[in-house]
Design a protein around this ligand. Structure first.
Ligand code: FE2
Ligand code: FE2
Length: 278
């Protein structure tokens, strides 16, 4: 039994298309998407439509959870300026059912976004991971959530992070990550795959999608992350908090956010407006 696992597409359609072409060549029995199909990138609806047309079941990621929480107005923090991409994504996905399952078991392997029942499980928290594996009724949990491959072993069980399709942080520009999980009578084998794709198509996708009207600064953080395969999100948010402290502000308001965008050490220079040609 061969299962192709894709995860963390983050609305990056060119990366998904390239990965699905590679998946077809591997002839899996089943393909699963392990959550974070949407948010950050410019083509959330197109990504979900492609997954549906290919008959690929999707699991719930913490980013789908954010869209659901925003729809239900159950998390006031999501109205802050730093969550503008979630609000834009929610607008694009009006009427789309995002009540996805938390996990799926196939044979002796459980697939989930992060923890079996927790799409936000911190995978760098060794105590939390050990606790997760202690409670796991199967020998292997395959998940995404963190954007580079990672493995933990404890309690005679293993947790295997496969990395991200749309926001890989492997330092190799223009590549997407996924994995093949083969279950045989001899055991389970996880084979990482790295797929080149045309990340140059993303710039126009951001520009034509309308996302820049709502969140040009975060979109630049995301675009640079997607095209350089180096995470800038945490680096930028650390800068935002430093700006907030230097301003004496007690929240990330528009002034703090704009100042952070104007003073961040962008890898490619230019102001945010010049970067997008606005
Ligand atoms: Fe993610
Ligand atoms: Fe995630």
């Amino acid at each position: 039994m061969r299962i192709a696992c894709i995860s963390d597409i983050h609305a990056n359609l060119p990366a998904l298309e390239a990965v699905l072409a590679d998946v077809r060549a591997q002839s899996p029995d089943l393909t699963l998407s392990l959550g974070d199909q949407v948010n950050f990138g410019p083509q959330p609806l197109q990504v979900l439509q492609l997954l549906e047309s290919e008959g690929i079941p999707c699991l719930l990621g913490n980013h789908e959870q954010r869209v659901l929480a925003l729809r239900e107005a159950s998390d006031a923090a999501l109205n802050a300026i730093n969550f503008a991409s979630v609000r834009w994504t929610m607008q694009q996905l009006a009427g789309v059912d995002l009540n996805l399952p938390l996990n799926r078991r196939v044979g002796e392997v459980l697939f989930a976004h992060a923890g079996a029942e927790n799409p936000s499980l911190r995978l760098d928290d060794l105590d939390a991971v050990r606790e997760e594996l202690r409670a796991l009724p199967y020998p292997l949990l395959v998940c995404g959530h963190y954007h580079n491959p990672l493995q933990h072993h404890a309690q005679g069980r293993a947790l295997c992070v496969i990395g991200s399709v749309g926001m890989a942080e492997n330092g190799v520009p223009g590549t997407a990550l996924y994995a093949l999980v083969d279950q045989t009578p001899q055991g389970v084998h996880v084979t990482p795959r790295i797929v080149p794709y045309d990340s140059g198509r993303l710039y126009e996708a951001f520009r034509s999608s309308g996302i820049l009207d709502m969140c040009p600064i975060m979109s630049r953080v995301v675009h640079e992350t997607m095209t350089q395969n180096r995470c800038m999100v945490m680096e930028f948010l650390a800068h935002v908090h430093a700006v907030m402290a230097s301003c004496g502000a007690d929240a990330i308001d528009e002034r703090v956010w704009t100042l952070a965008g104007n003073t961040f050490a962008w890898r490619t220079g230019q102001t945010v407006s010049a970067y997008w040609g606005l």
